[in-house]
Design a protein around this ligand. Structure first.
Ligand code: SF4
Length: 273
């Protein structure tokens, strides 16, 4: 994929995501191209006509702007989430290292910064040295399935699930706090018989002690892409997707109890957002 280059005016922005005060998004667009992603609005607002997953722009002055903002703001109050509408470790990061430069700026100017990243990329392991130095920070891996074939359909540009799980184990071994975000819970896939338990067991064996689970956001464009992907390549699960969309509350009934049983069985936190 061709990666464009743009200049940004601000790097550190306020966010309304619960638990966080600021967000950092060093890229516009995301090559992971997840079918359920609702961040495609960022492309539309920026006027790019490309389909989601087919356009990425690197904000080449991002770290420089961040340093300026950090210098002006004084003491940080509130957590920072890295990657709210992009994946900060998508393939372009291997070349541009904008996320790495952000972490270096934070360590230099706000060494006590509390930063979390959510990623679907094993590239995050490259920055283990920096994540270890950000003492109040953590790396979250989004994993919706352990099945590489399902992930290849729904998260085509991301690292395969097993690569993410191995990356979590490596970071944990390097002393970096890791957690997992099982989201969105994909109807008929993440919650297929035995699938959720297998996912929790695998994450636990990688050293993950905190797993957050969240339901699918029925954002219309994402639903349209998901319906198309299910119909073409995941036909066995389409009934579950439609049942979920018709009655979300009813579909999710009993899930918190199911998670509580897994929490008890595997000795880690498994919570429904
Ligand atoms: S990794 Fe995140 S931002 Fe990127 S396409 Fe997937 S859900 Fe969207």
């Amino acid at each position: 994929m061709k990666v464009g280059e743009i200049f940004c005016k601000t790097a550190l922005n306020r966010t309304r995501i619960p638990g966080y005060r600021y967000c950092l998004n060093p890229y516009l667009g995301c090559a992971h191209g997840c079918r359920y992603c609702y961040a495609d609005t960022t492309l539309r607002f920026s006027g790019h006509p490309a389909r989601w997953g087919e356009f990425v722009a690197a904000k080449v002055n991002f770290a420089e702007v961040l340093r300026r903002q950090l210098g002006r703001k004084g003491d940080p109050a509130g957590r920072i989430l890295l990657g709210t509408v992009t994946d900060a470790y998508q393939p372009a990061e291997a070349e541009y290292a904008l996320t790495r430069a952000c972490l270096e700026a934070l360590i230099e100017v706000w060494p006590g910064a509390e930063v979390d990243v959510l990623t679907k990329s094993e590239l995050v392991v490259r920055d283990a040295d920096l994540w270890r130095r950000l003492r109040h920070s953590s790396v979250g891996f989004t994993v919706t399935t352990v099945r590489d074939d399902v992930a290849a359909v729904l998260e085509p540009g991301a690292s395969p699930p097993w690569a993410r799980i191995r990356a979590a184990a490596r970071l944990r071994a390097a002393g970096v706090p890791v957690w997992a975000f099982v989201a969105p819970l994909l109807p008929g896939l993440t919650d297929a018989p035995g699938a959720l338990e297998e996912l929790v067991a695998v994450l636990r064996s990688a050293g993950v002690r905190e797993i957050l689970v969240d339901a699918l956001n029925p954002y219309p464009a994402a639903v349209e892409r998901l319906r198309e992907a299910y119909a073409r390549q995941l036909r066995w699960a389409t009934g579950h997707l439609e049942r979920y969309l018709a009655d979300r509350r009813g579909y999710l009934r009993g899930l918190p109890e199911r998670l509580a049983r897994l929490e008890h069985r595997y000795g880690c936190r498994v919570a429904f957002c």
